[in-house]
Design a protein around this ligand. Structure first.
Ligand code: GLN
Ligand code: ZN
Length: 756
């Protein structure tokens, strides 16, 4: 079960107190132990028989870096938690590990670094200690260690110049040592998590997998290969025959995906080895909708295929880490019609248990194999999904006029009508520091302790301050600072019809940071301006252009829990139509630059490349539908955040944004070089410094970044179209470092301009 338990209940607060030096290491660790044990006990008390020993202080991938002892050279000299958190967050002179989204989730992991000569120095005592704690809480028979598998680990790492099979081979002695140690502790099995098998690249990994698991099988402990995030596609025939005792497969994949999950078909086609147990991931671990009988009917099919009940293990289709913790925390405040139709992580545990019970009943009475035995959970009529709305959805793509998807002029023509700037114009990505005081204001408003006009008066003060700071620093295009937003999706979701906001549905975004994704519960409706007021307030304090700030339709959808009764495509088009009205409203209010953030565009890509085309087709269409309403003189900016879009360049181009801002400072210009090569010709704002670290970048550093943009070949002869901005929003930073960093940024841009 999920790390969310630790991260959300206590972790958040405690981490920061520890980092601020207000909490001792011993207290941090004992809190972690308690939260971890609570989660295990919850599972045991719900009736889960085999409990994976999860729990991390920050990130599971970082934990793997830590126990394997593949520590990047810059962290040498540090040890223990100091080194662990330095890798996670950076320390003076020691930049943090890269952070990137895991597979197709919205969870960010820390990217391992493997250089040509890497050689593991395993240090797994703390892991062994965790297993011992698990055994103490649960008993040895129920406590199952979880280890990230070597092939997935290598595939998630960056900078590794050695071939994958060679890199995996180098890790094997460390893995074998750990497995032997666990065998000595009499664990019933070890879960080896290899979600990389769900990607289309898995076909190339066959040799690595076969060699690795042949070796690991010798360690003398039963191995349980665990896969998730989708079916394992063409890897199935060989992957299920790896020398392991159990294989867990995902039978559901991504809710609302255009191409349904293929696991059942793969089993039908190729069979499942008779000597293995099958972990059937049939309870939807990626959706907040309650099981509608799908779980039992899938298992019934498996029984029908001749897989005996004793060899079936019922589980969730994905780790529950990506779901909110417990629906009961909502205290019954559910939108009408939703009672009984939702399930968060805690409820999914109960679904796993009830599915297993139903299957046991059915197996005891073979006549009931079609789910109609008394006691068996019967599939409910109708598909799981929205409480309200048409249920059938509207095929918007077919109904909408083609013209709605295109700006009135081509970029070349409309760019001439837009504002011009000197070389290297400066801006930011939107948010400014979210201080405790701003958060308090929002809470007071929510509690009713502050009236709406009073709240707006105080927020106006924050906007004025933010604009004043930017004026004083000399930025060219300003923002209002987003102080009124807890979250870029929630802010719009709460103002749109058809979305429900939980009060406690937190899920982990990275390390110590969580978000509360809304749930799409009906048709999306525009209910009036959402971000016009803050634009107008900001614009009254400056003559410089202020950007109107919106979150794009694809990101709202990808960071929400979608309906299951209509496709994601249909939901994206509904959102796009609503946001289109907001773009028009901003324009109407005089806004000349509208930024539509789509940081989640890439992460919605299906894991299998052959399914990308259909996703990108509708995702880019949704962005275009939202923005094409803008007149030629209105500059449409988009921000794609931290993503590798090397392989989707044509889609980026097809977005037809006037300015593209991207994370860049930690990826060494790879993206802008790729854009240059692909002939991308629109304005670009490659991030010049990392916002995840409190380090203040020097003028020299930023200047060298700007110079490197010129060398990258992007937009030759048009430095006026190369924007200088941070990698992302600044909401997680404090004011002093923000001002210092932006001051250096503006100065670096001015110096680079003078040196042209
Ligand atoms: N405008 C948003 C901000 O600055 C963008 C955040 C993001 O890309 N994740 O906070
Ligand atoms: Zn970003």
């Amino acid at each position: 079960m999920a790390d969310c338990v630790f991260q959300i209940d206590h972790g958040n607060l405690r981490h920061h107190r520890f980092w601020q030096g207000k909490l001792s290491e011993a207290d941090l660790l004992s809190t972690a132990d308690k939260v971890q044990a609570d989660a295990w006990e919850l599972q045991r008390d719900t009736g889960i028989a085999a409990i994976g020993l999860d729990g991390t202080l920050y990130d599971q991938v970082l934990d793997t870096v830590q126990w394997l002892g593949v520590i990047p050279a810059r962290f040498k000299g540090l040890s223990g938690l100091q080194r662990y958190f330095a890798m996670a967050r950076g320390a003076p002179g020691r930049p943090a590990l890269d952070m990137t989204k895991l597979m197709d989730t919205n969870y960010h992991f820390l990217v391992p670094e493997l250089d040509a000569n890497f050689s593991p120095e395993p240090n797994y005592e703390w892991l062994v200690d965790k297993v011992a704690k698990g055994q103490a809480v649960l008993g040895a028979a129920s406590a199952i260690p979880i280890v990230m598998g070597p092939v997935t680990f290598v595939c998630l790492a960056k900078g590794c110049p050695v071939p994958t099979d060679e890199a995996v081979r180098r890790l094997l002695p460390a893995y074998t040592e750990l497995l032997r140690r666990l065998a000595g502790m009499r664990v019933p099995e070890v879960q080896m998590h290899e979600p990389i098998l769900a990607t289309s690249g898995a076909g190339d990994l066959r040799d690595s997998f076969e060699a690795a698991y042949l070796e690991l099988a010798k360690a003398g402990v039963p191995l349980h290969l665990v896969t998730y995030y989708d079916d394992i596609g063409s890897a199935y025939p060989w992957a299920v025959n790896l020398p392991v005792s159990s294989v867990t497969l995902d039978f559901l994949g991504v809710p609302g995906a255009a191409v349904p999950n293929q696991t059942l078909q793969l089993i039908r086609q190729h069979g499942f080895p008779a000597d293995k147990r099958l972990g059937a991931g049939v309870v939807d671990g990626r959706s907040v909708w309650a099981d509608d009988g799908t779980a039992v009917s899938l298992v019934t099919e498996l029984l029908g295929l001749g897989i005996p009940h004793e060899r079936l293990v019922i589980t969730s289709s994905a780790p529950l880490q990506h779901l909110p913790y417990d629906l009961r925390l909502e205290g019954g405040h559910l939108p009408e019609g939703l009672a009984g139709r939702l399930a968060f992580a805690t409820q999914k545990l109960a679904e796993i248990v009830s599915t297993a019970t139903a299957v046991a009943v059915a197996a005891a009475d073979p006549g009931s194999a079609h789910g109609d035995a008394p006691g068996a959970v019967k599939p409910q009529a109708g598909a799981a999904g929205a409480a309200a709305g048409s249920g059938e959805g509207v095929a918007f793509g077919q109904q909408l006029d083609e013209k709605l998807f295109s700006r009135s002029e081509a970029y070349k023509t409309r760019r001439e009508a837009q504002a011009t700037f000197p070389a290297f114009p400066t801006t930011t990505i939107g948010s400014f520091p979210q201080t405790a005081e701003v958060r308090r204001l929002r809470q007071q408003l929510q509690r009713g302790a502050l009236s709406r006009p009073e709240y707006e008066r105080l927020i106006t003060g924050h906007i004025a301050h933010c604009v004043g700071v930017q004026e004083a620093l000399g930025l060219d295009v300003l923002v209002h600072g987003e102080s009124e937003r807890t979250d870029m999706v929630e802010y719009f979701g709460t103002q749109l019809g058809g979305m429900w906001h939980t009060s406690s549905g937190w899920v982990q975004s990275y390390g110590s940071r969580c978000v509360r994704p809304p749930v799409v519960v009906g048709d999306i409706e525009y209910q009036g301006p959402m971000a016009v007021w803050e634009y107008q307030v900001a614009q009254t304090y400056t003559r410089r252009p202020v950007k109107g700030m919106l979150t794009g339709p694809v990101t709202i959808l990808n960071w929400s829990f979608p309906r299951k009764d209509i496709s994601r495509q249909q939901q994206a088009m509904q959102l796009a139509l609503a946001l289109r009205k907001e773009v028009a409203a901003l324009e109407e209010a005089g806004c000349k630059v509208v930024q539509v953030d789509e940081p989640a565009l890439r992460e919605g890509l299906p894991l299998k490349a052959e399914r990308w085309g259909s996703y990108l087709g509708w995702a880019v269409d949704a962005f275009r539908l939202c923005t094409a309403v803008a007149g030629p003189a209105t500059q449409i900016v988009t921000h794609l955040c931290y993503s590798d879009f090397n392989d989707i360049l044509p889609a980026i181009d097809r977005m037809d944004a006037d300015v593209l801002t991207i994370e860049n400072s930690r990826s060494d210009n790879a993206m802008i070089r790729a854009l240059a090569t692909a002939g991308y010709r629109r304005d670009i704002g490659p991030g010049v410094y990392d916002v995840h670290s409190p380090e203040v970048p020097s003028v020299e550093f930023i200047k060298s970044r700007i110079r490197s943009f010129l060398d990258s070949g992007i937009l030759p002869g048009r430095p006026d179209r190369i924007w200088v901005n941070p990698d992302c929003g600044l909401k997680t930073r404090g004011w002093p470092e923000t001002i210092a960093a932006l001051r250096n940024m503006v100065q670096a841009a001015a110096e680079a301009r003078a040196e042209l």
